[in-house]
Design a protein around this ligand. Structure first.
Ligand code: APR
Length: 238
């Protein structure tokens, strides 16, 4: 029996049950910070200290968080399916839960990169703090390895190719409000590919024409349930 190709497309909601704030819920990050002040190239240019501090605080907080049952169920699928996780999240909870193939569309909190050469990327192995004047080997200042609003999303095209090969698309914890990431749901190879959505809220699925199953549950509850059901269906077949 060939292993099904399953793509799991996640947003902040999958990490909500690990205690990491989402962006657009009532207590979300954007309720407490202005995007223009901390997550744009202009902010980095004109307000560097505030941007670096914002990501230092998020990094410090993320070090105290662990994967939840949703992350772990997604990682467990690799035992019986060909799984790729495409996440909008910058935390590394999917990797910590054991997922081996994770594509980060919006960057990674535990990495920095040269402001001059985007290919010069550095892991933050020790602690959480980026020094304000930290520089790369090219002598340029370092910046968070995060895709700011208004910047290109270099991993989007590779992500579209991955989604176009999926037999099943699972979407967890994203409002589908930010493009181009949200457009990924339209890159499945045809209108027959089933899409499963796990989210207690109501993401914008109005233009999805594929068979759509919405499990209105938190990720830590709904994802394990869905994956157990899919495993039963897909591994029972002759
Ligand atoms: N389990 C699952 N989903 C949840 C949970 C939970 N416990 N709590 C909230 N959600 C859902 C919300 O209903 C919403 O649909 O998670 C989603 C969070 O949406 P956003 O806060 O908009 O987060 P996201 O979709 O990941 O944002 C996309 O926007 O600000 C940028 O770069 C940032 O990657 C981010 C992008």
């Amino acid at each position: 029996m060939t292993r099904k190709k399953i793509v799991v497309f996640t947003g902040a909601g999958v990490s909500a049950d690990s205690g990491i704030a989402t962006f657009r819920d009532a207590d979300g990050l954007w309720a407490n910070y202005r995007i223009e002040e901390v997550c744009t190239p202009e902010a980095l240019r004109h307000n560097r200290a505030k941007v670096i501090e914002f990501y230092n605080l998020r990094r410090k907080e993320s070090l105290t968080k662990s994967p939840n049952e949703g992350h772990r169920a997604i990682a467990s699928m690799e035992e019986w399916a060909d799984v790729v996780v495409i996440t909008q999240n910058v935390d590394n909870l999917h990797e910590q839960a054991g997922s081996k193939r994770v594509v980060h569309l919006h960057g990674e909190l535990m990495k920095l990169r040269s402001e001059r050469n985007p290919d010069l990327i550095y892991d933050i192995n020790e602690g959480w703090e980026q020094e304000l004047d930290a520089r790369g080997e090219d002598g340029a200042l370092l910046r968070p390895h995060i895709v700011f609003f208004g910047e290109s999303v270099p991993m989007f095209d590779p992500a579209c190719k991955i989604v176009s090969k999926a037999d099943i698309l699972i979407v967890v914890g994203t409002s589908l409000a930010v493009y181009p990431a949200a457009a990924l749901v339209y890159y499945v190879r045809d209108k027959q590919v089933p899409i499963y959505l796990v989210d207690p809220g109501n993401p914008d699925t109005s233009n999805i024409r594929n068979p759509l199953t919405h499990i209105k549950e938190r990720g830590a509850i709904g994802v394990p349930q869905l994956i157990a059901q899919l495993k039963d269906e897909l591994t029972k077949e002759g």
